[in-house]
Design a protein around this ligand. Structure first.
Ligand code: NAI
Length: 279
């Protein structure tokens, strides 16, 4: 994926493609001539996404799949490898969030968020990487979060899954060096998408904020999609996006100052208050 023209005919699978960053990525790549396979668990929105992508580029295939269902992922991947053209890029994007202080989270919350955000990308990669290795080319992209680079108070479970994803991507990139398969992880700050409507909340401050964020705040999904595509083209290992990325640079420069500022911001925003909200 060295030049923009090489997207023509490239075969790309995007998970969580029915909404937000996944849909924006599928549209961006379809406009550039790629052949898309769209994966999501939400069938009606997946169908709408399939139609939207077909309007701007080649008709995509659409696959209803819960990425957290290990058996279903295995069965899907087996069929996909046999039936579809070899994959050039796998975008592991599907994700969910639990927004709650640690003490307000349950084991069920942790199973849910780990299943979708970590086991999903891991199992899909396990199933779809071997054909890439056999061809000696391919690219794996992961949509993590800045909450995977800076511990996020008030959303410990989500933050933990995104740190896991960043670590998985980094270790995998090292293991795959020289095989022709590259790895990119994208870490955005706040993005205006449907994620927040689907979030499990146990936190008053965050809910107040995410229900009505200031108009000037947040990235748009298509900005993230363009950055992801650019990072894959440039074979960049990691991109941090949004003004909150400054916190990550600060953390590397002065962890103590970063800790104090993150905690102060979280306190002012009330993101560590538990209770009062439903899923
Ligand atoms: P979104 O809610 O608009 O899109 C997520 C898509 O994933 C939805 O279409 C949903 O149906 C699908 N999905 C959820 N669980 C699934 C499952 N088990 N199997 C298959 N599909 C499933 O949210 P958004 O923001 O576009 O999220 C995409 C990725 O970006 C996620 O991994 C999220 O954690 C990450 N992210 C989002 C940020 C934000 O502020 N919106 C910030 C940083 C990262």
């Amino acid at each position: 994926m060295n030049t923009k023209t090489s997207w023509n005919d490239a075969h790309v699978l995007v998970t969580g493609a029915a909404s937000g960053i996944g849909l924006a990525t599928a549209l961006e790549l379809a406009r550039r001539g790629a052949r898309l396979a769209l994966v999501d668990r939400d069938e009606p929105r997946l169908e709408a996404a399939r139609e939207a992508v077909a309007r701007v580029g080649r008709a995509p295939t659409a696959h209803r799949l819960d990425v957290a269902d290990r058996e279903a992922v295995g069965a899907f991947a087996e069929r996909f490898v046999v039936d579809a053209a070899p994959l050039d890029l796998l975008v592991n994007n599907a994700g969910v969030a639990v927004v709650a202080p640690f003490t307000a989270t349950s084991a069920t919350d942790w199973d849910w968020v780990f299943g979708v955000n970590v086991r999903g990308p891991l199992e899909l990669t396990r199933a779809l990487l071997p054909p890439m290795l056999a061809r000696g080319r391919g690219h794996l992209a992961f949509v993590a979060s800045l909450a995977g680079l800076i511990g996020a108070p008030g959303m410990v479970a989500y933050s933990t899954t995104k740190f896991a994803l960043v670590g998985f991507a980094e270790a995998l990139r090292l293991e795959l060096a020289g095989t022709g398969v590259d790895v990119t992880v994208v870490c955005p700050g706040y993005v205006r998408t449907g994620l927040h409507a689907a979030t499990r909340y146990q936190n008053v401050g965050f809910r107040r904020f995410l229900d009505a964020p200031p108009r000037w705040y947040g990235l748009e999904a298509d900005e993230v999609a363009r950055a992801l595509v650019g990072a894959v083209e440039a074979k960049r290992p990691l991109v941090a996006l949004g003004p909150e990325a400054l916190g990550w640079y600060l953390k590397r420069f002065s962890p103590a100052l970063s800790f104090a500022l993150t905690r102060l911001t979280a306190r002012l925003a009330g993101v560590m208050e538990a209770g009062g909200c439903t899923s």
